[in-house]
Structure formats: structure tokens, C-alpha cells
Design a binder for this molecule. Sequence first.
Ligand code: ADP
Length: 401
Amino acid sequence: MTATRVLVLNSGSSSVKYQLLDMRDRARLAVGLVERIGEENSRLKHTPLIEGGDPRERTGPIADHDEALKAVAEELAADGLGLDSPELAAIGHRVVHGGQSFTQPTVVDDTVLAEIERLIPVAPLHNPANLTGIRTARALRPDLPQVAVFDTAFHTTMPESAARYAIDVETADAHRIRRYGFHGTSHAYVSRATAELLGRAPEDVNVIVLHLGNGASASAVRGGRCVDTSMGLTPLEGLVMGTRSGDLDPAVIFHLMRVGEMSTDEIDTLLNKRSGLIGLCGDNDMREIRRRVDEGDERAKLAFDIYIHRLKKYIGAYCAVLGRVDAVVFTAGVGENAAPVREAAVGGLEGLGLAVDGELNAVRSGEPRLISPAGARVAVAVVPTDEELEIAAQTYALVAI
Ligand code: ADP
């Protein structure tokens, strides 16, 4: 029997998201989530997508990732999709930070694990949880290939002029400070899917990808290779996000330390968790913000305007970086669903060849689609992202014989 299934695992500090896909037809066989790991009220939500499978939920304490993965394995086994199945080809792991070491998806061995561990200082929140996920999965199926797919990998093609901060080179190198970028799996998938939508080869098109979810990032992709992206050393840089500030004068931090007497951790929390849309207006869900804007709420309107202003600046900047732009594409929760954001972001940019058609923009669909007027110089598109499918495809490409 040929092994064609891939289990995709996205391990966070207190959660594990998973999807089981069959790469013959890219069908999802099961999806699920374990949350609040380590707490009393942990929860596992499991949705089999095969005929006769019913969604199930387990509540009660799940102590650690090991227990979480064992519970997931049990649920999968109950649907006849167990991890011991000969049809399982590999497990693909989302790993947030691959630094400069990992430019490609990589089959995990002890050396790879050690290198991901070495990168913990630049990704203290994410890499430890990703590592735990890999180690746990490896213990469960030591014979199975485990593949690490890095959020940073797609951005490793950025030239030094885009990747380096203009700070003292020795200091930067000593601490591995540079712009790594994140959401790379999504930027890779969406930029390729956009070329497909245009009926052209990825090597022939220049695309600006706007990944607007709760976290948000933009990238400039020339001929299928990333040449700039808005997130930096960490996901804090760049666009205004749900709870992150994005770009700001670094001196704001010194000011908060000296004058506001805030600690490093307090400022970290402020900028990552209490800023962006939630800091500006108390909501980080774009649906709620739009509802408030429509009711005349001034704070929500200002938050929306700041969000759009920043987005426009990045579109303009990346037009300049790329020189010639074939498409601007919106993706992720906000990008795929919020027509007012797309309209406002592109509004007034006719000089750059950008416009949206009101009717096309208003269409709700889960399919890749153009929203620019017929004959527009630059295509504006909406392309739903699918990070799990991309992780599964990259994993399978590495292990399929
Ligand atoms: P992440 O993966 O970063 O958590 P998503 O890509 O799932 O985020 O995006 C989540 C965000 O998408 C929500 O916080 C919300 O702001 C936005 N969103 C989801 N659905 C809609 C919608 N129908 N209209 C506007 N915004 C939406």
C-alpha cells in the first residue's frame, strides 16, 4: 500500500492544531484542535471529514503535549485513521523560526532538532512549543519521517539590503539580529496561487501579498522569490495587527522605560498583546470594528483609518521595491472576508494602476478571484490561504518516493 497521508501539526505553547490530509486528492480526512493544554479545562475538538464520521469533543485535564497527541491519536484511530496506519507517509510540523539555517522544509533528525533549539533565543515564544510537538510525535512514531516546515523559509531569499537593519553590523551578527519575516508558508502558497489565477508561471509575475489575519504581514515577491516582507526579527514589525503595534519608533520603548517606568516584559506585552486594533479601539475583530464604524463610533473609525494608512504605505513601498507589479493579493481572515478593508486599502491608488471593482469586491466566495476592473493594469485579487495544505504538500514532496 502506498503511503499518501500526511498529518500536519501546529503546536503552540498550550494548543495543538492538526489536520490529516490525503495527498492523492489533497482531501482533508480529519481536522481538530487541542486547547488549554496544562490546564484543568483542556478541550479536544475533533472533526472527522470522512463519511459517517461525527464531530466529537473531549473536555477535562490534558497535562502536556504528550497526552494531547496521544488523545489526538486515539480520536484518529477511532475513525480508522490511526497514526499506526501504513497509509501515513509523514508528519509535517509548522516551525515558526528557522533562522538563516533552514531555507527549505527539512526532514527532522537530531542535528535539525539541535539547530531549532539553538534558535530559541530569537523565537522564545514559538520554537520551544514547536520542538515539543516534534519530539512528542517522534516518540509516538519513531520510524516515521517528521518534516519541519519553517515560517521563515520563504523569506530567506530576501537580499541583504532588505534583511539587514541599519545597526552596527558586529552587534547585529553577535545576536543574530536581522529581518527574518514570518507567515512564509502562506506567502509562498498565495503568491503561487495568484500566478495560477493569472494563468502565468510564478517565475513571470511580481506579486504583493497582503496576509491580513489577526497577525498581519505583507510581502513583495518577484518571480516567485520573496524580496521583502514586513515582519522582522519577530512578528511585531510592520502592519497594524489585531493586538500588535507593527512599526513604531524604537525610541518609544526607551521613553516607556525611562518616563513610563515600565519593565521590558510590560512593554513586550503592551506592544504584542495590547496594541494594534485592540489597543486603539478595544476590539481586534474586523467584523466588530466595521459594525462600530457603521454606527459612527469615532474610536473604531480611527483604528480602521490607522490600519488602512499603514497598509497603503506598504503597498506603495512594495510597488517601489518591485518596480513592476502584476498583482496585489489579499488573504487570511481579514483579507479574504473584509471587502471594506480591500476597498479602502486600494482606494486612491489609481496612479499605481490599482483599483477594485465594487461589485466583484462584494462577492463572497471561498475561491481565488479577481476583484479589479476588467483591463486593469495591475490585477487585484483575493486568494484564500491554506497553510496546512502547503505544509502537507511540502512534507509529502520530501518523503514521497
Ligand atoms: P490568525 O490565523 O492570524 O489567527 P485569521 O487569518 O483566522 O487569523 O483571521 C482572523 C481575523 O479575521 C479575525 O480576528 C477577524 O478580524 C477577521 N475576520 C474573520 N472573518 C471576517 C469577516 N467575515 N469579516 C471581517 N473580518 C473577518
